[in-house]
Ligand binder design. Structure first.
Ligand code: HEM
Length: 228
């Protein structure tokens, strides 16, 4: 925004400084692999938008949950599309986040000074799995019920805290309506809040350290020019 309006806002917010730090920063020559982080971010945005729309109709009660999902799929205009996008974006997110992690390992981008970027990435990946576990119970059908039952039994085998943890997330001795409420609260409130905080940290660190050059670039003359 090179206009007077842009100047007016900049005097009061210094937005140009942030803009140029993110979008005008000099970066090394990047590969297709470097787009995986952004692709992961796009699938998170799709999940947030479609998830928000799904909450308009979803009812987190054992008597109505299944029917509300059927209603979204068969009756609500474009409901099938919103639900389908949410479903496929969730699968894409897992694949893309793991591919991004592999790219980071392959390029050695986890090393100094990007250790905290790496740790925040690991925490993000764990959150992604937690979203998957809590979300898959929400359709409240036979598959959702038994898949969750098996997962909770697996959690319960963790030494020392397993039993307590399984009872805590279940809300009692067995999977019930209380489990559905807890998983719903985690899926739409707790996990998204943690996700936004962690994403902010992750992206701040990426901007702070700049994108690392690929190993081949680092060996070449460009390294001396651009790589920090
Ligand atoms: C799950 C959601 C995640 C999102 C939305 C995300 C997003 C991004 C973005 C946009 C970048 C900059 C572009 C790029 O290098 O691809 C980046 C860089 C980075 N990410 Fe992630 N990331 C996620 C997960 C992870 C995971 C699981 C790890 C590894 C444990 C990780 C570690 C890193 C590191 C070390 C960098 C710096 C790479 C470099 O400087 O070349 N991220 N991330």
């Amino acid at each position: 925004m090179g206009t007077r309006l842009g100047d007016w806002i900049d005097e009061r917010s210094s937005w140009r400084e942030g803009w140029s730090r993110v979008f005008l920063a000099r970066i090394p020559r990047v590969s297709w692999g470097h787009t995986l982080g952004a692709a992961t971010l796009i699938s998170i945005v799709v999940l947030m938008v479609t998830g928000l729309l799904l909450t308009v109709y979803y009812v987190a009660s054992p008597t109505d949950a299944h029917q509300s999902v059927q209603y979204v799929t068969n009756v609500v205009p474009l409901g099938w599309l919103i639900r389908g996008l949410h479903h496929w974006a969730a699968s894409a997110l897992v694949v893309l986040a793991i591919a991004h992690l592999i790219r980071v390992i392959a390029h050695g981008a986890y090393k100094y000074p990007r250790e905290f970027t790496w740790y925040s990435g690991i925490a993000l990946l764990l959150l992604v799995f937690a979203f998957g576990v809590t979300g898959s119970l929400l359709p409240w059908d036979q598959r959702a019920y038994w898949a969750t039952q098996v997962r909770i039994e697996i959690f319960a085998t963790v030494p020392l805290i397993g039993d307590w943890f399984a009872r805590f997330i279940q809300g009692g001795e067995e999977l019930s309506g209380l489990t559905l409420s807890r998983f719903y609260a985690a899926h739409v409130w707790l996990l998204p809040l943690l996700l936004v905080g962690l994403l902010w940290t992750h992206l701040r660190l990426v901007v702070r350290h700049g994108i690392s050059a690929s190993p081949r670039e680092r060996r070449g003359p460009r390294r001396r020019m651009w790589h920090r």
